[in-house]
Design a binder for this molecule. Sequence first.
Ligand SMILES: Cc1cc2nc3c(=O)[nH]c(=O)nc-3n(C[C@H](O)[C@H](O)[C@H](O)COP(=O)(O)O)c2cc1C
Length: 472
Amino acid sequence: MRLIGNAAAGLSLAALAALLWLWQPAFVWRMPGADRIAVAVAACLLWLSLCVWARRGRGRTPPESASGTVAVVYASQTGSAERLANQTVSSLEAGGIGARLIHLRGLDSAALPRSATEAVLFVVSTTGEGEPPDDARAFVEALRRRPAAVRDLRYGLLSLGDRSYAQYCGFGREFESLLRTGGATPLFETVEVDNGDATAIERWHDALAVLGTEALPPLVPEPFLRMRLEARRLLNPGSPGGPVFHLSLAPEMGTVPDWQAGDIAEIRLPGSAGLIREYSLASVPADARLELLVRQQRHADGYGVGSAWLTLDCPLGGPVDVRVRRNSAFHAPEGSRPMLLIGNGTGIAGLRAHLKARAAAKLGGAWLIFGERQSRHDFHFREEIEDWQRTGVIERVDLAFSRDTAQCIYVQQRIVESGAALDDFVHRGAAIYVCGSLEGMAPGVDAALRQVLGSPLLESLAADGRYRRDVY
Ligand SMILES: Cc1cc2nc3c(=O)[nH]c(=O)nc-3n(C[C@H](O)[C@H](O)[C@H](O)COP(=O)(O)O)c2cc1C
């Protein structure tokens, strides 16, 4: 191919030189012979540099493997599928296969590559009770209506889940059945990953050999960073609820890793076969600290493993192995769009990070709806929140303390009570962010938003990334 290309460039160069010689416009004709030759040489040089420039431009596209390029499409609720998709792209590219990362949110099934040379690798997780991540809902809905949209697609599927849930990999299985119904062709057997199981991830890596290279570098897991527990403060002494601690992790040396509001801290517990616990980050990089809220879990048979270590056993100043997981599904909206922040309990952590980021960017236009048990004990970060109200970062706060009154008020009631203002806020362009418990709060908030805004609007907000949730 390259030989043919070079020959063609040579021939066209010769033709151009001949043309220039024959044509010789009048002003060139009047020049002395030596000058005419100089003009012809200059024109040829100009032509040559144009050819070189055009070839360099072409060289910037990803290299194609013997079997073409790969689109790696992910849908993720809390960032794990996003991370594996990223690692897959890096590994493919290092192995010489052109790969591009695509977020399933906003993707039209008609836009999926369907050529014989481009394969699609899907990396998806399951959330809720066997449900798709929020960023996959619109795509899946469209696929249900028009399954043939994926006909002729060649795909591989990595499906993340956790066997402790009743519907293990429920969404991954539903997605695969939709792909097959639509006539898509699997490149290899779907790989299901139970709770980050490394052996299953290795199987995924091995299966990728079908794309045309045996020597694919391994998927590189992000390393943990050694930090130390700098501070631990009980936020709710006297609360009828479980104790909530505000933890601050400082770097042992050097700087903290980079992150954005919405990202998640993964903490590796010592002496527990590498068990990892995850928490929404409550701080921003300008704080130079990773801050978390941890509720101490007490069960009939003792404390929860992760929370007991962080709130009781880890000594102040002691080492903590941590890494940050990018969770773009809960990142801030673009620009200065207003935000409706809804959460309960330790969910204030993720919302606080967003408020801190907005305060630093001098953005107003935040509305906070927060719920806990008693205002006297459980109004976490009260001073900060009141300060943000004074300085205009927060334009409105609604609180729902369930144990302050006999009627047990929750955030979902506040949503319904403020229906007209909330509808107006959304029509002013606001994005809705929900952080906190999956049980009770998240479905209750979802139902209340549907009641106030209507399901079609809420679905379209989700599809546009204006309804995002970090719920656990
Ligand atoms: C709130 C919540 C609900 C979940 N529901 C399920 C489920 O129904 N079935 C399942 O197999 N895994 C379930 N999981 C486990 C996730 O699929 C698993 O942790 C996955 O690695 C998350 O990937 P993501 O971060 O890309 O969303 C759930 C996890 C969470 C936090």
